[in-house]
Design a protein around this ligand. Sequence first.
Ligand code: NAD
Length: 493
Amino acid sequence: MAEKLNANVADFIKAPLQHYIGGKWMPSGDGAVDQVINPSDGKVICQVGMASAHEVDAAVNAAHEAFPAWAGTPANQRSVLLHRLADSIEKHAGDLAQLESLDVGKAIVNSEAFDIPFGVEGIRYFADLAVHTHYDIPLAVKHMEARTHRVPYGACGFIFPWNFPYDLLVWGIMPALAAGNTVVIKPSEVTPLSTLFVCKLAAEAGFPAGVINVINGTGSKAGAMLTSHPLIKRMSFTGSPPVGKLIGETCGRNLVPCKLELGGKGAAVIFDDVDVHATAQQLAAAITLNTGQVCCTATRWIIHEKIHDQLLSEAAAILKATRIGPALDRNTQMGPLVSKAQQERVNRYIENGRKQGAAVVLEPQSPRIAGHEGGYYVSPSLLAGSSDNVCCREEIFGPSAFALKFSDEDAAIRQVNSLSYGLANSVWSRDLKRANRVAERLIAGNSWINAHNVFAYGLPYGGTNLSGMGGGVNSPETFHDYLRSQTIARPLG
Ligand code: NAD
């Protein structure tokens, strides 16, 4: 049974949600609002204001004005504030988990066990990096006293998608804030709740007005205005490749540095020496995580011919037993997709894949959940067939995998590398020498061995080619991406 909302959560979503600008909650000047929908039942959760040019401009100006004081705040004081925010999130972890599950549709047990604590760890990671970084590096130049001085950029813009709103927010803005930048955030219009709640906690933790600003709105309006605002000194975008290209074009025209974390079509190459049952379990878990709405997950299973049929039949049995239900039900393993549009997209892909000749190893169903009939549920599916099938080539973003057979290692590698995506792949084998050899040859930002969806702070995560550019997230380099270099030199004598 779905659990009741915590009092703090019920209270937070009672009134229409607003923009957070210069330390104040502000409605849209033109009164525009949209509805936030609960994907578990299709009903309205609350209203949210939609930004016009006025709010976008006010938010960027607030960030611009707050910048000098924040940049001039000693790193250890910024770090204390970040830790205070992490403490507050820990205290409100139950509230945030509910908000994230309510909004995205992800199983509450996952929000509680993974999303929220992992974000807290991320805030502390960047808070600590800020105090352990050398901001001045002496340069050995003859006849000069010279150094490189590292300084923040200014007001940074962030645009996020809807699949991990809270974790992506942390991965994105915390290194920028820790480094002394101020931020303007546009969360996905589909899932603004956790971002706004974190903002409220940040204000309570004592972040100065204007350091963190949030504008709600659509991508084509608020997102585009934020990207092209002349006071934005750095942009970071997480989302789909087509929108990433638009953002890259705008930033290119304005000569604003930009970081793009984009979509993927991850592959898992599975050799015939694996424990078939254990591997089937892990792959099934990978494609049902967040109802398959994970940019890096294992959506192409490239399986050695000797174990192909056995692995697929074991995976199908495991997937069939997935407990599908409303996000706030503690028994739910896999919640609904995030929206009706996403449900239609997943169903359309599978239908097109079938029309193009894919064999359906596990038939998708449209589960009906009593009391939640309006929810956007789909069940996991497994397809197999030819590598030119649309379901094998394009990002579906749902709980579905496409299986291919291989017998030759080089052919499997060619298959993985045949797409323009380059986010994450995995290699599965007991032979670690082989696994490492293959992992190095897969063209992507991340190659994992005997696991998929591997995340840790200190482990850089980012994509190449169609999957992104500009540095990635979660590592010391991410922190340094938000500092620019300035050389300071004095000729001697
Ligand atoms: P999307 O590209 O449609 O939207 C992402 C964000 O961009 C939203 O906030 C949206 O409002 C905004 N936007 C849309 N048009 C815009 C425009 N013209 N100008 C400025 N902003 C605009 O993506 P989505 O459907 O929200 O998310 C799914 C995609 O995100 C998938 O491709 C997924 O793989 C990718 N993703 C990548 C990563 C990563 O780390 N590489 C992580 C999560 C999701």
